[in-house]
Design a protein around this ligand. Structure first.
Ligand code: HEM
Length: 434
């Protein structure tokens, strides 16, 4: 293990460069936020060379993250999307001939990105989503009923929050209910592959043993995704329905039907991006309400605050911890000379605690206004599902809070150990529900 960086005393576990990619550090909120705060104050665009990773610039201020996110032709997505060890990046390249296992919206640049995004853009806008409101409220009620039936104690993550957005997304994609455990396992393995507890949970759900080689598992996982959604594409071409799977399967790009790889990649991004993100936010939001009884009381007394509270939960949790970009030309950022070809990691969680933008950033306030958080990114890749995510989280708390007579922790909450998409992996609670 490397020595502590003398510039950042207090990070004795690793150098700051190793710490910022270390899932153990990301899982320790106090530690990672102290590290981000130091970087924002002392070196907001920091050249980072962690052991086992290709180097990159760590971008930690709200302003710089926004600038990079909006300059989509100067900072592109197609080369490196998220932080991955050199070994894993090289393996993917040697196996697929490409830098990515999937080519989803977040791994593409315009013009191809925009052509694909346009297919579903309108479907995810509020006027169309309004059609889904009643169904989402029904799914939220089902999950709170399930919680009530559990007799006053549950693990909110594993028994409620993981299943609720999954049901919504699977409903959108037209996946039958009996296949939900399989979908849960696949999304968990993609995002939580580095965390033995998350992998154990996914194995338990499907009884499918993972090999010792995580990289081999990812390839098998890709094949499994493709086989599953290939059948859905064929079905929606033959029998169109009123769901987003039908929009994708029958999409046209430049006057030609969407090809199978493009359609599959679309399902993959929706199935994965729309799941863990929303469930982590719901669990993390509930934990903050439990830890801040004054905020819980304020919200319960005035439900019109719910939309603000939802955005505060999203800011607080920031389930997508970073995305990456690659510079296409030499330029300056935060006083640093960025060279064409340099990679940049945009640490959204840091931007969302930036004291230059947020009043008392380390306080959870259900009535925070304004709340210009960047948890959904910015620019042409701005989260496609942001309205859906807000709708889902709002529906869950709109059902839960009026029925909740009391709630407290029944054990220690634990975060998943992942540095890309992460959040609580267990939240034991004791409660009385009407
Ligand atoms: C992209 C966050 C929920 C679908 C993104 C990005 C972020 C993000 C940070 C990348 C933005 C950028 O690079 O500038 C979140 C958060 C969520 C959430 C915090 C929940 C609280 C969802 C949901 C869906 C979804 C429910 C369902 C469809 C997508 C897609 C993209 C995306 C398809 C790629 C967009 C593109 O590259 O054009 N999301 N997301 N997300 N998200 Fe979400």
């Amino acid at each position: 293990m490397a020595d502590a960086d003398p510039k950042f005393p207090g990070f004795s576990r690793d150098t700051i460069d190793d710490a910022i990619v270390n899932p153990e550090v990301v899982a320790n909120e106090a530690e990672i936020h102290a590290l981000y705060a130091k970087l924002r104050a002392e070196d907001p665009v920091h050249w980072t060379q962690p052991t086992g990773f290709r180097p990159f610039w760590s971008v930690t201020s709200h302003a710089d993250i926004s600038t990079v996110s909006k300059a989509n032709s100067r900072f592109v997505n197609r080369f490196r999307t998220y932080l991955s060890p050199i070994e894993a990046e090289d393996w993917i390249k040697s196996t697929t001939g490409d830098t990515h296992l999937f080519r989803t919206l977040v791994d593409l640049d315009d013009p191809e990105h925009m052509k694909l995004r346009k297919l579903t853009h309108e479907w995810f806008l509020p006027p169309n989503l309004r059609k889904m409101e009643a169904k989402i409220a029904e799914i939220a009620k089902d999950h709170v009923d399930r919680m009530a039936a559990m007799g006053g104690e549950c693990d909110f993550v594993n028994e409620v929050a993981l299943w609720y957005p999954l049901r919504v997304i699977m409903h959108l994609l037209g996946v039958p209910r009996e296949d939900e455990p399989r979908m849960l396992r696949m999304t968990q393995e993609i995002f939580g592959a580095g965390d033995p507890d998350v992998v154990a949970r996914s194995q338990h759900l499907n009884q499918t043993p993972l090999g010792s080689e995580q990289q081999v598992d990812l390839m098998a996982l890709a094949q499994e995704f493709f086989a599953y959604f290939g059948a859905i594409t064929a079905d929606r071409r033959a029998n169109p329905k009123d769901d987003v799977a039908t929009v994708i399967a029958n999409g046209m790009i430049d006057g030609e039907p969407i090809n199978d790889l493009q359609a599959m990649s679309y399902y993959v991004i929706i199935a994965t991006a729309g799941h863990d993100t929303t469930s982590s936010t719901a669990s993390g939001g509930l934990l903050q309400l439990i830890r801040n009884p004054d905020q819980m009381a304020k919200l319960t007394a005035d439900p019109s605050l719910l939309p603000l509270a939802v955005d505060e939960m999203i800011r607080w949790v920031t389930p997508v911890k970073h995305f990456m970009r690659t510079a296409t030309e030499d330029c300056e950022l935060g006083g640093k000379q960025i060279k064409a070809g340099d990679a940049l990691a945009l640490f959204y969680w840091s931007g969302n605690r930036d004291e230059a933008v947020f009043d008392e950033p380390d306080k959870f306030k259900v009535d925070r206004k304004p709340n210009p958080h960047i948890a959904f990114g910015h620019g042409v890749h701005l989260c496609l599902g942001l309205h859906l995510a807000r709708l889902e989280i709002k529906a869950l708390f709109a059902e839960l809070l009026p029925r909740l007579e009391s709630i407290e922790l029944a054990g220690e909450p634990k975060n998943s150990r992942a540095n890309f998409v992460s959040g609580l992996k267990t939240l034991p609670v004791r409660y009385r529900l009407r």
